[in-house]
Design a protein around this ligand. Structure first.
Ligand code: PPE
Length: 305
């Protein structure tokens, strides 16, 4: 992966990629006091490009700041325009977009109410997050020994930078053990989410995913739930246990970066036949059709460049 591009939007200006810098005493660097989004822009068949569910990502970006109490110092329209401009100025047909807001430079110490909230929007090319092979044939997951945040320890509906230490610990743990992705349990022992994705299971063609309680409310999760309902699948948002995951017919992950990635194995146990199942493949294909603009029913989810 190369993070390079021509320009990055920094505090209201387009600056050269090399110049998009902050001071080492920036508050967020010390305490994780930032929040971010991950958005994808896709090349469509007709030659245009479109950003997927931009309004929902912007809504969550503002929600994150509201929850933390460090609101964005811009309007929704300004941020939306800045995101579109960042993709355009870099000439990307397809890219991953990373808006980030964080407490900047003024004071250190936990109480720093007057530090500026700085905002960055960067974009780069990012292929299949869990690998092309993973998207096609499924990944091998492991339940992490690290528990997902308790809802009163971290604000899980806010995409806070500091929250991700928990994900980094889990991801490193399972990668070192030879697996592709970590699945984390909540403080009561139910399946919560993966290090950077939401989790779905399928049994007897019924689709189930974890409820909002302790997870990031994923926009891909919402898209897949909507598509599944529209296709007539029975859908439940209900918590489930680790052994229910083991005995599912199919399982998959959803996320902006990971898109829809099948899970073929959890803790060395095959899920179903050990390869992507029919419902997963059906939903994955439907999702790809939507993001590529091939399904007019969901055209409202695309912001054309
Ligand atoms: N849970 C977590 C913890 C999470 O980080 C993500 C996104 C999701 C669920 C799925 O949310 P959504 O993208 O709205 O469907 N993870 C982002 C960060 C990945 C990274 O490594 O950075 C992403 O997919 O962009």
């Amino acid at each position: 992966m190369s993070l390079e591009s021509k320009k990055i939007w920094l505090d209201g200006e387009m600056v050269d990629w090399e110049q998009a810098k902050v001071h080492v005493l920036t508050h967020a660097l010390h305490y994780g006091t930032g929040y971010f989004e991950g958005i994808r822009c896709y090349a469509l068949e007709d030659g245009r490009s479109a950003i997927f569910r931009l309004d929902e990502h912007i809504r969550r970006f503002f929600d994150s700041g509201h929850i933390l109490g460090f609101p964005l110092p811009y309007t929704v329209d300004k941020i939306k325009q800045a995101i579109v401009d960042t993709v355009r100025v870099n000439g990307f047909k397809e890219c991953y977009i990373r808006p980030l807001a964080f407490l900047g430079l003024k004071e250190l110490g936990l109480y720093a109410p007057d530090n500026p909230v700085q905002v960055v929007i960067a974009a780069w090319r990012w292929g299949a997050y869990l690998g092309e092979e993973g998207i096609k044939n499924g990944i091998r997951a492991k339940i992490s020994s690290y528990t997902r945040h308790h809802v009163n320890v971290m604000m899980t509906k806010s995409k806070v930078s500091g929250n991700y230490i928990n994900s980094v610990l889990a991801k490193h743990e399972v990668k070192k053990a030879g697996y592709d992705e970590a699945i984390m349990l909540d403080t009561e022992g139910y399946v919560a989410e993966a290090s950077g994705e939401n989790v779905f299971i399928v049994r007897e063609r019924r689709v189930k995913t974890t409820p909002f309680t302790s997870i990031l409310p994923g926009i891909t999760r919402d898209s897949v739930l909507t598509i599944a309902r529209d296709k007539g699948y029975q859908v439940q948002e209900e918590r489930f246990t680790r052994d229910e995951l083991y005995t599912a017919d199919e399982a998959f992950l959803t996320g902006t970066a990971a898109e829809v990635t099948p899970i073929r194995e959890v803790d060395n146990r095959k899920i179903g036949a050990g390869r992507p199942g029919p419902v997963t493949l059906d939903l994955q294909q439907a999702f790809f059709n939507v993001i590529k603009g091939q399904d007019k029913k969901y055209a409202g989810w695309l912001t054309y460049l």
